[in-house]
Design a protein around this ligand. Sequence first.
Ligand SMILES: Nc1nc2c(ncn2[C@@H]2O[C@H](COP(=O)(O)OP(=O)(O)OP(=O)(O)O)[C@@H](O)[C@H]2O)c(=O)[nH]1
Ligand SMILES: [Mg+2]
Length: 188
Amino acid sequence: MDAEFVKSVYHLNDLPRDGKPQIAVAGRSNVGKSSMLNKLVGRKKLAKVSGTPGKTRCLNIYLLDEKYYFVDLPGYGFARVSKTEQFAWSELTAAYLERPDVPQALVCLFDARRTPDATDIEWWAWLKEHGKPFLPVLTKADKLSGNGRQKSLREFTRVLPDGPAPVWFSAVNGTGKKAILNWIFANT
Ligand SMILES: Nc1nc2c(ncn2[C@@H]2O[C@H](COP(=O)(O)OP(=O)(O)OP(=O)(O)O)[C@@H](O)[C@H]2O)c(=O)[nH]1
Ligand SMILES: [Mg+2]
């Protein structure tokens, strides 16, 4: 798949305006957004994989196959109010997600090894209310055995019910790559 980095966006005015569909890639910091993008396009270093979570502050835009944009969002869950972590997007991300025209679809990543917490629950409610197509993706599948996956999926649907069925993904071995790409083709 052809892919290129377009730009980092710090103000919504700088978003691409050529009408090509935009797919947001969203999830907690460190969940594997950049790694997924790299795996989907078959390029090891297109998107920067961070050692330090919460570093990404802007929207990083990629163009795939000259057809649609991937918008790599900063991770949520790193705003601290006193000692508790709160569900909080950066202002820029929040403003982007509230736009009616873009993104056309959202790929939403969750770490398969963690039980979704209050911040994930809030995000899930927002997604379902918002009405745009979204695909839940359980990342780092390579770190779980078959049994572990079953357990993790049960937990996921218990805590985050009544949504689309999640897809397993591993940036290490490519599990789920096809399913995610097909979903994107079908929803843009
Ligand atoms: N084993 C395994 N490790 C992964 C996978 N995906 C990501 N990682 C690791 O998880 C860490 C975070 O990955 P990133 O892709 O940078 O995560 P991110 O969501 O883009 O992080 P931010 O940009 O900080 O929000 C890195 O150390 C990756 O190597 C996966 O599928 N399997
Ligand atoms: Mg990243």
